[in-house]
Design a protein around this ligand. Structure first.
Ligand SMILES: *Cc1c(COP(=O)(O)O)cnc(C)c1O
Length: 470
């Protein structure tokens, strides 16, 4: 494809994208295809001869689009958002065109230095300690994996890196049952085994109980097990619970445990001063992660990972084969030593575009709207017969279930599950489930960039309507 042809095709694609942005609400939110339906439409073998762009685009519309769940739909209230602001898309186009690998300072000085600057901006916006360093990871799961590795190495004086786990003392990793599964995955990947995880009990608000944490650490230490790390959550995936960071930090420090804070979803909203109290005590953490690629509108992937002491992280992950040596050496940051990947995309440009073109105040307005509309929704649920608000709202996340007089719990739970399936088959809106105290509930999370208050209320209206014929 020469540049002339590229220009024409690219213009077609831009037109399609702009139309998609305008028309996305006309699609069912969750894809309605059955398993195997998309695959069956795809040829078993690739073409020997080049095909036309027009044919390919036609197949994209016929074959691929029906199998797409529309995360950018304004009535997407499932999971957490994976927002794509138009500003971010523009940056992503430039990133994709340059195809930079930002593994070393030298392989694109602007990528590294913009990343440093954006991490400093985020520290400023979220009121994080100025002395911290930041890096953009692909996902929060990666950041948490890095935290587990750093904790493992710090607890063993960097010996596991040298001689492996067969010579290492036993270690324990603490979090609550509300924590994201990425901690369990990280601990398993780090070779430490699931049995080294301790689930600290939570209180009625699903937040970790610091006294229980202290007791568990004490017990482990008496048994000769090193408390290596505590992971606290602000904005848990299930119900949006927030652990008390200050108290947990004090206990972590007293036990010399690495303290990691996961605010993957809620972190973005912390730029609003009225919500920032949820991060009180974060200054005591060793690392902190949040995902601009969730609520903030910087499209996937873009995870902001901050560390108190960069040497702990870099010493854990550093490698220096001869073919990666550059003459700048330690005078510059080589972000390849800050994460799992060697090759890295230039992701900072997306932050730069979104922050500059929206402004922090513009972003704050979005978070405030989402939270306010969720409060309105909660009021509506409370006054609607046949439903019970179960948790929240915590920021813009609440859970509810079906409540019917004269029915036992099992029957009500079955109705809740049935309602959710009906809602998602209907396609008007998209919600997901979780368990609260062992019972199924439906999550409602308001966070899509294009969502309006009407979208929230219309979606609720449809849920209530669909519940009638259960
Ligand atoms: C979404 C989420 C994660 C995982 O995020 P990825 O970037 O997909 O790895 C971790 N923790 C919490 C609290 C989350 O909400």
């Amino acid at each position: 494809m020469d540049s002339k042809e590229f220009r024409k095709n690219a213009h077609d694609i831009i037109d399609w994208i702009a139309d998609y942005m305008d028309g996305v609400r006309d699609y069912p939110v969750r894809s309605q295809v059955a398993p195997g339906e998309v695959r069956a439409k795809l040829p078993d073998t690739p073409p020997e001869e080049a095909e036309s762009f027009d044919q390919l685009m036609a197949d994209f519309k016929d074959t691929i689009l029906p199998g797409v769940t529309h995360w950018q739909h304004p009535r997407f209230f499932a999971y957490f958002p994976a927002n794509v602001m138009p500003e971010s898309q523009l940056a992503e186009m430039l990133i994709s065109a340059m195809g930079i690998n930002a593994m070393l300072w030298e392989t694109s000085p602007a990528a590294t230095e913009l990343e440093e600057a954006m991490m400093d901006w985020l520290k400023d916006i979220l009121d994080l300690p100025r002395a911290w360093d930041g890096v953009i990871q692909d996902t929060a799961s990666s950041a948490t994996f890095c935290a587990v590795l750093a904790a493992r190495e710090r607890a063993t004086g960097w010996k596991v890196n040298e001689t492996g786990l067969q010579h290492a003392p036993m270690m324990a990793f603490y979090t609550s049952a509300e924590a994201h599964s990425s901690l369990e995955k990280a601990v398993k990947m780090a070779g430490l085994g699931r049995t080294s995880i301790r689930l600290v009990p939570t209180d009625l608000d699903h937040a970790m109980q610091p006294a229980a944490l202290a007791a568990m650490m004490e017990e482990d230490r008496k048994a000769g097990i090193i408390p290596a790390m505590v992971m606290a959550t602000v904005g848990s995936t299930s119900v949006g619970a927030a652990d008390p960071l200050k108290a947990i930090g004090v206990i972590a420090r007293a036990n010399k445990a690495y303290f990691h804070v996961d605010a993957a979803w809620a972190g973005s909203a912390m730029m609003c001063p009225e919500f920032r109290y949820l991060l009180d005590g974060v200054e005591g953490a060793d690392s902190f992660v949040f995902n601009p690629h969730k609520w903030m509108g910087v499209q996937f992937d873009c995870t902001a990972h901050f560390v108190r002491d960069r040497d702990t992280l870099v010493r854990t992950l550093t490698i220096l084969p001869a073919y990666l040596e550059t003459r700048e050496g330690s005078r510059v940051k080589d972000y390849r030593d800050w994460g799992v990947q060697l090759g890295r995309r230039m992701r900072a440009l997306k932050l730069w575009f979104v922050i500059r073109l929206r402004g922090i105040e513009g972003l704050r307005t979005m978070f405030r709207n989402h939270v306010a509309w969720t409060l309105d929704l909660a009021a509506k649920i409370r006054e609607t017969d046949g439903f019970e608000l179960v948790t929240g709202p915590n920021l813009s996340l609440l859970t509810f279930r079906v409540l019917r007089q004269g029915m036992d719990k099992e029957e009500q739970d079955a109705l809740t599950e049935k309602l959710l399936a009906k809602v998602n088959d209907d396609g008007f809106t998209y919600l997901t489930r979780t368990l609260v105290n062992g019972r199924p509930v439906i999550r409602f999370q308001v966070g899509q960039v294009q969502t309006t208050k009407e979208d929230v209320m219309d979606a609720w209206g449809r849920v209530a309507e669909l519940s009638e014929g259960l």
